[in-house]
Design a protein around this ligand. Structure first.
Ligand code: A4P
Ligand code: MG
Length: 183
């Protein structure tokens, strides 16, 4: 596993400072309950307010057909690019705290939700633990992730080197509609 968060650098002995290097993290945003556009817009702002983290880019919003249990409303999806000195699990904690602050209720897998924040990519790290898998396991097969991700990360790629833009090319835009800026 590549660790792109070096916590200490070789510095002169008299100044033993700890310097945390930052990582780029791509976040997938999704909502299909209680005014989804408002939830996603508010979430961009809240991502920028995470400690030691800065929002660098936010994608346009997309309307997408739901994947998962039938009978749920369309989703609003988007992606964000963050710069952070947090570790991946610390960032996941912060994402889940934001989800909870949007009254997210976890009833069924892939069921309707006010706000879902997925950690799509974290630098070039591959993480495979029970609590966190990065790259996000379904990234490559979801057009509602690939389209907004390429909008803000034309050069983004998987730890394997596979360009995200190539994954997007191999997908299609079925069920996906890019929204105008002010809609
Ligand atoms: N977890 C593991 N890896 C990650 C990661 N990279 N990012 C764990 C975020 N969480 C990660 O997530 C369940 C657990 O996954 C977390 O506790 C975390 O430790 P959850 O958000 O509670 O549940 P979930 O979202 O229902 O499950 P899952 O499998 O994460 O679903 P997805 O992949 O998030 O898909 N259709 C459309 N059109 N648009 C959508 O945005 N989203 C989903 C949810 C289904 N259908 C959709 C959309
Ligand atoms: Mg999720």
């Amino acid at each position: 596993m590549i660790n792109d968060r070096l916590s200490s650098m070789s510095a002169p002995p008299e100044s033993k400072k700890t310097i945390a290097l930052s990582s780029h993290a791509y976040i997938g945003l999704g909502s299909n309950l209680d005014n989804p556009i408002q939830h996603v817009r508010a979430a961009f702002k809240e991502l920028d307010e995470i400690a030691d983290t800065q929002l660098l880019e936010q994608s346009p919003l997309y309307r997408s057909a739901p994947v998962g249990p039938a009978g749920q409303p369309d989703y609003i999806n988007a992606c964000a690019l963050l710069q952070t000195t947090l570790a991946p699990l610390q960032l996941l904690d912060a994402l889940q705290a934001i989800e909870n602050s949007h009254q997210r209720v976890r009833k069924e897998r892939w069921g309707a939700r006010t706000l879902d924040l997925d950690l799509l990519l974290f630098g070039q790290q591959t993480i495979d633990t029970q609590r966190l898998q990065v790259p996000h396991p379904y990234l490559a097969e979801r057009n509602f992730v690939l389209y907004p991700l390429v909008d803000i990360g034309i050069k983004a790629h998987l730890p394997s080197g596979e360009p995200i833009a190539k994954l997007k090319q191999a997908s299609n835009n079925a069920g996906l509609e890019r929204l105008e800026k002010n809609s």
